[in-house]
Design a protein around this ligand. Structure first.
Ligand code: MG
Length: 395
């Protein structure tokens, strides 16, 4: 039978420009590509990709993004392989943030770019690695994953001969800067940034509890004593009674995300319906729009306090933390005292940024696996580092 190709093959149909498509589907308070403040190094526009779509693609093709697959979110690989890695967390954030973005007619390309870049600066071993590097670099201004993400996309990635970094739009850089200057409220973040912040928080609260359950660090009964989990379970049971434990756990996880996202959307839609926030400029002047309502926000805080106490400070998690930090500290001091062990590009960069910052950049770029391998190879053998050649450059 001959296929009717009229629906998929519209060669002669008039082609909508990116600006026309965005004007048709985005709300006035969304950040349209045509309103972008541009890039640090000016470039011609792409013929068929908008500026934020291009940013998203640049992030996905970066080495730092690929390495997220072997970086710790909360639980290290030593604990098993059910739990989230930094990459799967990032994809979950992008998924929830896009749901929020689409429901509010925001710019989904920008939302996705912001979500995919938001944890790019994490060093190996999660927050344990971050705290350790912050300590090692205290005299050089410290270390934070948000600031490091900016260093990566502005300087450290080498993918283009025309400019250093990825040369992302100022809106994506601004999203990351907002994360650094969390308390500087002179201007509010764009709604696309707010969507990613909210999605990050909904996502990690939910998946950290799920991972902790799977790893046996917590029981379902213990979690059901936390008001937010108890309320979510009650909502589930109102629809379906008599679920066995595994089914209840999965249903509560879905409910927690769906309920919280629904709450964020309801609140944001009601605020935006007033009509006074009618441009990105107005968004920057208004109070935050995409935030949880009072009750849910309070219950979320209780859940976070519970997770802090029972999961992030669990003896097993703390023991991995100590071991990971000892490994990274040995490496930091080892490279500082023997810079010849660094790859060529890190030694070159040391002349510009100082040796300690360059060592910090090199260590922060490593995956958990690569860090452990280099630790064993250079600093933990019978003759630490003796005669070992430097590793290949990480780019
Ligand atoms: Mg995150």
């Amino acid at each position: 039978m001959k296929r009717d190709s009229s629906a998929s093959c519209r060669v002669n149909a008039p082609v909508q420009t990116i600006a026309e498509r965005e004007a048709a589907i985005l709300a006035p308070y969304a950040m349209h590509g045509s309103q972008s403040a541009g890039r640090e190094h000016p470039e011609p526009e792409h013929p068929y990709r908008g500026p934020f779509q291009r940013d998203r693609d640049r992030i996905v093709h970066s080495a730092a993004y690929r390495r997220l697959s072997s970086k710790t979110q909360v639980f290290t690989g030593a604990l098993g392989d059910y739990h989230r890695t930094r990459l799967t967390h990032t994809i979950e954030v992008a998924s929830v943030a896009r749901t929020i973005g689409r429901a509010l007619s925001l710019n989904e390309d920008l939302v996705e770019a912001l979500a995919l870049v938001h944890d790019l600066g994490h060093p190996p071993f999660g927050h344990s690695g971050e705290d350790l590097l912050d300590d090692c670099l205290a005299a050089e201004g410290g270390f934070s994953h948000n600031a490091q993400a900016l260093r990566i996309v502005r300087e450290l990635e080498t993918r283009y001969h025309e400019f250093p970094g990825l040369n992302l739009t100022r809106e994506v850089l601004e999203g990351q800067s907002t994360r650094i200057a969390h308390d500087v409220e002179s201007t509010r973040p764009l709604l696309e940034v707010q969507a990613v912040e909210a999605a990050d928080s909904v996502t990690y609260d939910t998946h950290d509890a799920d991972d902790a359950l799977e790893l046996g660090l917590l029981s379902l009964d213990e979690l059901l004593t936390v008001p937010l989990w108890a309320a979510a379970a009650a909502r589930v049971r109102r629809r379906t009674a008599d679920l066995e434990k595994g089914e209840l756990r999965r249903a509560v996880l879905h409910e927690l995300i769906d309920w919280q996202v629904g709450d964020l959307l309801q609140r944001a839609a009601a605020r935006l319906a007033l009509g006074d926030i009618d441009s990105p400029v107005a968004v920057r002047r208004a109070e935050l729009v995409i935030v949880a309502s009072g009750d849910l926000a309070a219950q979320k805080k209780e859940l976070e306090a519970f997770l802090r106490e029972r999961v992030y400070r669990h003896a097993e998690v703390l023991s991995h933390r100590r071991e990971a930090q000892a490994c990274l500290r040995t490496m930091f001091e080892g490279y500082v005292s023997r810079p010849n062990l660094l790859p060529e590009n890190s030694r070159r960069r040391a002349a510009k940024t100082g040796l300690r910052r360059s060592v910090g950049d090199y260590l922060a770029g490593m995956t958990d696996r690569f860090a452990r391998r280099e630790f064993e190879r250079l600093f933990h053998g019978p003759t630490p580092g003796a005669g070992n050649p430097p590793p290949p450059d990480l780019e």
